[in-house]
Design a protein around this ligand. Structure first.
Ligand code: KG4
Ligand code: ZN
Length: 338
């Protein structure tokens, strides 16, 4: 039976809504999605202000829902399941998505389904025209998480390694802040890096030879800070070089550990997901390294790397199809910030 799944994402600074259709025995398809980014609003504060984020989600979520339904040529009454991001994320922001999802579902007398934000990222490459096949190694690199996983199917995830301190996204964001690049740091640092020399500064590659699949990026941030202090007044003239050197260090660790995960698991396919998956250097270096080994790499489409509603609707649809979920009808605002 084919079902229409409405997905709502509101865990941080993007409000995302999407409509996905399930097909028996096939990958669900995206009918429409809409996104409102709060980046401009938070920029003045140098980072996400949780209270402002929640207020803006409230303002955006229903107009975005109407836009998605209009684009898909569907009515609210046709929606079979309402899915939302249950966590992790900002508690107040999550509550907006959960509250609206429960209210819509209750009015429609349809079930609701809470989705794990990271599972949304993980399954986002299935939104592309050429989706991956199971099993694969997943490199999950978002703002708060850096994980390598073995993925054998929907809901069949084995953690191979993860960061013991900062995430790769945090390393990008915190280094960008040290360089005065503001928020969001990752894209800004990677833009500046394009004009710099990646060999200019020798920065540490933490845990590169640790023999396991764990990561550590806190020391790298400290090394960037030390280098920035040493440069002093010369920093502005060398910031592109420092940005390029920082990006090269982060990317080298991510690529080498992903290759090690392939060796350890014996798998021949990689899926990269999460905001850092939009990074151009990561994509070119991972593609080159994997091509040499005959390994295929799948990414979400660029605009679906960072937070969006499509990945939430998709993850809900895939979990329903896999028989992993009994959508709830109790309409409790069930969120899990951590
Ligand atoms: O997955 P995401 O949108 O949100 C979370 O679930 O955390 O990831 C956001 C992270 C931020 O750290 C951001 O700086 C980083 O992804 N990011 C990038 C790029 N685009 C986003 N990092 C490096 N290069 C990029 N092009
Ligand atoms: Zn995310």
């Amino acid at each position: 039976m084919s079902e229409l799944i409405l997905g709502i994402e509101s865990s941080c600074d993007e409000t995302g809504v999407a409509l996905v259709r399930t097909h028996p025995g096939a990958v669900p398809t995206l009918l429409a999605h809409a996104l409102h980014s709060q980046v401009e609003m938070h920029q003045a504060y140098g980072g996400v202000v949780p209270e402002l984020a929640s207020r803006d989600h409230i303002r955006r979520v229903l107009p975005l829902t109407e836009a998605v339904l209009a684009e898909a040529g569907a009515s609210l009454a046709q929606v079979d399941v309402v899915a939302y991001t249950r966590g992790p994320g900002l508690a107040g922001a999550l509550l907006v998505g959960a509250g609206v999802a429960c209210a819509l579902a209750s009015a429609l007398e349809r079930p609701v389904l809470g989705v794990h934000h990271l599972e949304g990222h993980l399954l986002s490459p299935f939104l592309s025209a050429d989706p991956p096949q199971f099993p694969f190694v997943a490199l999950l690199v978002s703002g708060g998480h850096t994980q390598l996983m073995r993925v054998d199917g929907v809901g069949r995830y084995a953690l191979l390694g993860e960061t013991i301190d900062d995430a790769a996204g945090e390393a990008f964001d915190k280094s960008a802040k040290l360089l005065g690049l503001g928020y969001p740091g990752g894209p800004a640092l990677s833009r500046l890096a394009e004009q710099g020399d990646a060999t200019a500064f020798r920065l540490p590659r933490p845990l590169l030879h640790s023999g396991d699949l764990d990561f550590s990026f806190a020391g790298l941030k400290t090394a960037v800070l030390t280098q920035a202090r040493k440069l002093g007044d010369a920093l502005p003239a060398r910031s592109a070089d420092l940005a390029a050197s920082t990006q090269a260090a982060i990317v080298e660790v991510l690529v080498k550990k992903t290759l090690a995960a392939l060796v350890q698991s014996g798998l021949q396919r990689v899926v990269v997901a999460g905001g850092v998956g939009a990074n151009r250097l990561l994509r070119t270096q991972l593609d080159a390294a994997c091509a040499q080994r005959g390994v295929r790499v799948h990414y979400p489409e660029l605009h679906l790397c960072t937070d969006n509603g499509a990945m939430i609707a998709m993850a809900a649809a895939m979990r329903l199809q896999a028989g992993l979920e009994q959508p709830r009808r109790d309409y409790q605002f069930d969120v899990r910030p951590r």
